[in-house]
Design a protein around this ligand. Structure first.
Ligand SMILES: *Cc1c(COP(=O)(O)O)cnc(C)c1O
Length: 462
């Protein structure tokens, strides 16, 4: 399998190189040249398999000869062995025909662990085989950073620097990033919002001298390896709902469009998905674009669902690439316009996008009310992001098709919002019970590219 850039002028790469590279050198995102398709028989065979076995089946066609079957099996087993639920991504019923897919049983309590734990294993295997070392720099609205640090802490061939917006992540998220003591972990609290962090990250990747000097590698949700790992749970969830023989729909709380785009790939691979529903908070650029075709940057407003406080949604570029019939020139032109503030898609592209994705937006008040309502009606404590998904799903679902809403984080990761809505403060699971007693280590920095590059150059192991 070969990988090409959405903007058409970066080198064509193998899976291994796309994994290590992250952002393409032309500023684009890597996508597979072709998407393999399962037959009905393949799906039927998968229906009774374990999470790990389905993961192998789904991802194997994408990894080429980067790993042998035996190596890949071992990496998958190791990646998910630290999850504290045997089926890894269990389903819970919320309402007649509406199910919650719990993606928070990994080590940092958010769905990011599904991809990051596997990527950590894959990076380590590839780098130790090549005898190389890389510098991972990531920008985070909270959960990517904690998942990345957890996956890469203490690994021999990786330094990891995580940029997060100072004062805009929850205390649990911050502590998950600042308390690991390993010397290869660097938490950087930057002045600004998540979009600023993401913009500085892109600047570093587009500075090719710096990029090569520190051997920069990216694990943000633009990394194809992350999208790929997330395709798996669409299969496990749909198949356990009997999806060989009927369609199911998914609603996905969305920020950077990585998780929902994985659902698109699953559908293209032959999984019978009816609707793919994008759910946003008040930072609703995606909902606005899917409604009107206009994609214009606005200011980010801090919300009680901070992992979705995003106005420039990186992976949406991949969705546009497919909506534009894989026309990389069109994507390049759109992204040039975005750098100037925004763009409008044409009517036929808007129709294609609307045929592919539905969408809804949820206010702060509605988010709290939904947490409260579902706690009262079902005893289920929803994190604010998951509540946004649940609210949009209830509004848009068609009662004849089962709806699965992705629960993207554990409620204990956002205890203030959950307590404000329900009066219940969700406790941290046992393995994290002492999080608030551990020492923190963090570097505070301004929103300044040169300062950032100096810190990274000074911090990497020589
Ligand atoms: C990252 C995150 C999201 C958004 O996921 P994207 O792939 O960026 O759309 C939603 N909820 C939680 C809890 C997250 O950590």
């Amino acid at each position: 399998m070969r990988y090409i850039s959405t903007r058409g002028s970066a080198p064509v790469l193998s899976f291994e190189d796309a994994l290590l590279t992250g952002l393409a050198r032309d500023g684009g995102l890597y996508v597979p040249e072709a998407i393999p398709r399962f037959s009905d028989k393949d799906l039927a065979d998968m229906a009774t398999m374990s999470y790990e076995d389905i993961a192998f089946k789904v991802m194997r066609p994408f990894i080429g000869d980067t790993f042998t079957d035996a190596e890949f099996t071992a990496l998958i087993d190791k990646a998910y062995s630290g999850f504290n639920h045997t089926v890894r991504a269990p389903l819970v019923q919320l309402d007649q025909g509406h199910f919650l897919l719990e993606l928070f049983h990994g080590p940092t309590l958010a769905f990011k662990d599904f991809a990051m734990q596997l990527i950590g294993q894959m990076f380590q295997a590839v780098l130790s085989r090549k005898g190389e070392r890389v510098t991972i720099v990531g920008a985070t609205s909270g959960d990517t950073g904690s998942a990345a640090i957890e996956a890469f802490r203490g690994l021999d061939n990786v330094d990891v620097f995580i940029l997060f917006p100072h004062g805009r992540v929850s205390e649990v998220q911050r502590r998950q990033m600042t308390t690991p003591g390993e010397s290869n972990v660097h938490a950087l609290a930057m002045d600004g919002d998540f979009d600023d962090c993401q913009a500085r990250l892109k600047d570093m990747f587009n500075d090719h001298d710096f990029r090569d000097a520190v051997r920069l590698a990216g694990v943000n949700s633009i990394n194809w390896g992350r999208v790929l790992a997330q395709v798996v749970y669409y299969f496990t969830a749909a198949l356990s709902m009997g999806a060989c023989d009927r369609k199911v729909s998914f609603t996905v709380p969305t920020g950077n469009f990585g998780d929902i785009f994985a659902g698109y790939i699953a559908r293209e691979m032959g999984l019978p998905i009816a609707d793919l529903v994008v759910a946003t908070n008040q930072n609703d650029i995606l909902h606005r674009c899917l409604t009107t075709g206009a994609y214009h940057k606005g200011a980010v407003h801090a919300s009680i669902s901070p992992s979705m406080d995003i106005q420039v949604s990186s992976n949406f570029e991949r969705a546009l690439y497919f909506a534009y019939g894989q026309d990389s020139n069109a994507i390049k032109a759109l992204m040039d316009d975005l750098a100037q503030g925004g763009f409008d898609v044409g009517d036929d592209v808007l129709r294609t996008l609307q045929d592919t994705y539905k969408s809804g937006r949820v206010s702060e008040e509605e988010t709290s009310a939904t947490i409260k309502e579902f706690y009262n009606n079902t005893g289920e404590l929803l994190c604010p992001h998951s509540a946004i998904g649940v609210r949009v799903a209830q509004a848009l679902r068609d009662r004849a098709t089962p709806m699965i809403t992705l629960a993207t984080a554990h409620p204990a990761k956002f205890p203030d919002a959950v307590e404000a809505a329900t009066g219940i403060r969700p406790p941290l699971p046992d393995h994290m019970a002492d999080l608030f007693d551990r020492d923190e280590r963090v570097t505070r920095i301004s929103n300044d590219l040169e300062a950032l590059k100096d810190i990274i150059k000074g911090g990497i192991a020589q």
